[in-house]
Design a protein around this ligand. Structure first.
Ligand SMILES: [Zn+2]
Length: 300
């Protein structure tokens, strides 16, 4: 029904992309035939320039998704304001609508150039293992962010990160920076994919945010900052938590030696720590019991 705004938006996008793709194919043919028509030469020049200077922009392209969460959507990157009518997480595996049609000139700059982000409301049903009544924040205070990231395979992927709604915009900027730097991330799934088990999630090298659980750090029981959606663990295997002889996850032991500086590691002068710090977050790698994977807004 074209009277439905979401349907209309998707329809407009499809029409725009079809027209654009047709135009690009035509232009490419003309380039290969070395025609000298002035207009086509200008188009060829523009395409060449785009290919050479494809910026790591916050524009819109649906990259291939060979890992992580479900199929990538072509989405807007501007922090989408929480909308009561927005699509719930349970339906996010399908192509998500965009609020604003993609400018064609940016959408085709490079299939690898565009960082994508979408903000999706969540309900208790979306968080069957990571949330329960009694948690310090409710689902209405959380959001699922569908974020583009670079994998260790050197390809772009899309993952899902659940964080507090209050930090959604900052988290989007952080991961836009990481995407621009092509910082590799192993996978990005809600901990619900691991039954809410922090041990299972970290052993799988999963980058995750919200989990309503107690802090792992020593001392009296208290809520982890993850229970507020105000902390994110990145590449836990490459960035384990150290407490004496304990290494969490255990398969992160080869990365206890931080001097090696291997891909995916958080280092004081590296892009991962810089991206979080730039947007006001703190790094647990500086603690006396270092938690190299942990970033938070509170420094706890
Ligand atoms: Zn953590």
């Amino acid at each position: 029904m074209t009277s439905d705004p979401a349907t209309l938006s998707r329809w407009v996008q499809v029409r725009q992309r079809t027209a654009l793709a047709t135009g690009l194919v035509a232009a490419d043919r003309h380039c290969s035939r070395r025609q000298t028509v002035t207009v086509l030469a200008a188009v060829c020049t523009m395409l060449s320039a785009c290919a050479q200077h494809a910026p790591p922009s916050r524009a819109v392209v649906g990259p291939s998704n060979t890992g992580g969460a479900s199929a990538a959507a072509t989405v807007t990157s501007t922090p989408a304001p929480p909308s009561p009518g927005a699509r719930p997480l349970a339906q996010s595996s399908r192509t998500a609508p965009t609020a604003t049609p993609t400018p064609p000139s940016r959408a085709t700059s490079s299939r690898y150039s565009a960082f994508t982000a979408t903000v999706i409301p969540v309900t208790a049903a979306d968080l069957p293992h990571s949330w329960h009544p009694g948690c310090p924040v409710g689902p209405a205070q959380l959001r699922a962010l569908r974020l583009g990231y670079w994998g260790f395979d050197g390809r772009p992927h899309t993952g899902t990160l659940v964080v507090a709604a209050s930090v959604g915009a900052a988290v989007e900027r952080i991961f836009a920076d990481l995407y621009a730097a092509r910082f590799p991330i192993r996978r990005m799934l809600p901990v619900d994919a691991y039954g809410g088990s922090d041990n299972a999630s970290t052993a799988a090298d999963n980058t995750a945010g919200f989990n309503c659980r107690a802090a792992v750090t020593p001392g009296p029981p208290s809520w982890s900052q993850h229970a507020y959606g105000l902390a994110i663990d990145v590449n836990p295997v490459e960035n384990p938590y150290l407490e004496g002889d304990r290494v969490l996850p255990e398969n992160g032991r080869p990365y206890v030696d931080r001097a090696l500086g291997r891909p995916g590691m958080a280092t004081p002068s590296g892009v991962l720590v810089a991206a979080f710090v730039r947007h006001g977050w703190s790094w647990g790698g500086l603690w006396s019991t270092p938690d190299y994977q942990h970033f938070s807004t509170s420094g706890r």
